[in-house]
Design a protein around this ligand. Structure first.
Ligand SMILES: CC(=O)SCCNC(=O)CCNC(=O)[C@H](O)C(C)(C)COP(=O)(O)OP(=O)(O)OC[C@H]1O[C@@H](n2cnc3c(N)ncnc32)[C@H](O)[C@@H]1OP(=O)(O)O
Length: 406
């Protein structure tokens, strides 16, 4: 077997090889995973495993995205995707070989962070990735969907307009880009994705309504992309599903949430993706009306250069921490002194005694602030001498959240 990088000429054979492990066929629609779904692949960043007889047997790729870190720093990130090994060649180490090749190649490109969405949670920890952001679904029955009057804060001075997706794609792109720059954990959606209509709705062109919110000056500052299902005669329900609510501030979010929650001729409103800590539940007049479900990991993070990654993010408490970090997959083991002063960190190697001993995948999990070090100490994954100090240092004012599907 040989692992090699791909070029544009490999596109068709790459996609054909990739579809088989997922059980898909070429002529499926964009929503089913074929068609436009893979159109934004960057073939100069692909990896292919080729058997001795020359047949491709495995694929992996990465997008060149940006990731927003705590402190609103926006940095380049590799968005790993399109990972598949033919069912006839599974469990022989093909993925392991591709992951090693890919991580080394990403480092050669100067990347210091890699992220992915895992099809199964048991695959990627061995390669140094840890779950770092989370999402959940909120279902609200229409007859209990009233919002409480805010006890502090004024009424919305903006407007909501309903458009068809095709009428407002440019506006959605602009609003998403404003939103993601101040949301830790958010991944960019490059213009190429919108232009190619790649990925999932609302980027992909499935029929959707889009409620657009404009501020008092008429500037678009949020949208909710939604669809209304058919009447189900068995359950007697009509569900309005919100793919995503993107808003640059809480006022715009609340106005859009109110709009969908007050929709006529539906029995249930489902917000498919919300951060785990979100004010919407608190805004419902009936606190028990919102039913939380589908809580799951979303973005997995892998540090490729620990000092660069730690000094890139913003910090919210001063202090010092010695981290003993083991990267078994890449065969590295280093001890770092992290010093934070006035929101900025320095990170150098040290031989001081460690405060935390941890695997690089656990560092990925605490890096964006989505999980505290002490949770992973209690889980038996991190060895700690001063967990409280580590919690204070890694804490972020806003939980990380990712909506992009790639
Ligand atoms: C970012 C993304 O693109 S996510 C999409 C991932 N792709 C898919 O889910 C498509 C369907 N699945 C597949 O194509 C393959 O089964 C893959 C890519 C998940 C795994 O490829 P393989 O070549 O079989 O993996 P490989 O043989 O290198 O396995 C390495 C180790 O991971 C384990 N492993 C790999 N996949 C799985 C899995 N799905 N469940 C449990 N363990 C797994 C193997 O058992 C092996 O463990 P070991 O080292 O203790 O023996």
């Amino acid at each position: 077997m040989e692992i090699r990088s791909t070029t544009e000429q490999d596109h068709d054979v790459f996609v054909d090889t990739l579809l088989t492990p997922f059980g898909l066929v070429r002529d499926t629609t964009a929503e089913d995973g074929g068609g436009a779904w893979w159109s934004a692949l960057e073939m100069d960043r692909g990896v292919m495993a080729v058997a001795d007889d020359g047949r491709p047997i495995g694929t992996a790729a990465s997008y060149s995205f940006e990731l927003t870190l705590p402190g609103d720093t926006v940095v380049p990130v590799a968005g790993v995707t399109a990972v598949g090994v033919l069912p006839t060649h599974r469990r022989r180490g093909v993925l392991t070989a591709m992951m090693r090749y890919q991580l080394e190649e990403l480092r050669e490109r100067g990347e210091f962070l890699s992220v992915l969405l895992a099809s199964e949670a048991v695959i990627y920890r061995r390669f140094g990735y840890g779950p770092a952001t989370y999402t959940r679904r909120l279902t609200v029955p229409r007859h209990r969907s009233a919002l409480a009057a805010p006890r502090a804060g004024g009424a919305d001075t903006g407007t909501v307009e309903v458009l068809r997706r095709a009428e407002c794609v440019d506006l959605m792109e602009e609003v998403y880009d404003r939103y993601r720059r101040t949301q830790p954990g958010a991944v960019s959606r490059p213009h190429r994705w919108w232009a190619l209509r790649a990925g999932q709705p609302p980027i992909a062109p499935a029929p959707r309504y889009v409620a657009v919110h404009r501020d008092a000056d008429g500037v678009p500052d949020g949208y909710a992309s939604y669809s209304r299902g058919d009447y189900d005669p068995v359950t007697k329900t009509v569900v309005l599903t919100v793919d995503e609510t993107i808003a640059v501030d809480d006022a715009a979010f609340t106005a859009l949430a109110r709009f969908v929650l007050e929709h006529d001729l539906v029995t249930q409103i489902v917000f498919k993706h919300l951060p785990t800590e979100h004010p919407l539940r608190w805004q419902l007049a009936d606190f028990r009306a919102g039913e939380v479900g589908g809580e799951t990991d979303w973005l997995w993070v892998r540090l490729l250069d620990v000092p660069r990654a730690l000094t890139a993010r913003g910090w919210f408490a001063d202090g010092e921490l010695v981290l003993d970090v083991e990267d078994r997959f890449l065969g590295e083991h280093n001890r770092y002194l992290l010093t934070v002063r006035d929101g900025k960190a320095e990170c150098v190697t040290t031989d001081r005694d460690p405060d935390l001993s941890l695997d690089v995948s656990d560092l990925g999990s605490i890096y964006l602030g989505g999980t505290t070090p002490s949770t992973l100490v209690r889980a038996g994954h991190i060895r700690a001498h001063h967990p409280a100090l580590a919690d204070t240092l890694f804490r972020t004012p806003r939980a990380p959240f990712t909506l992009h599907w790639f």
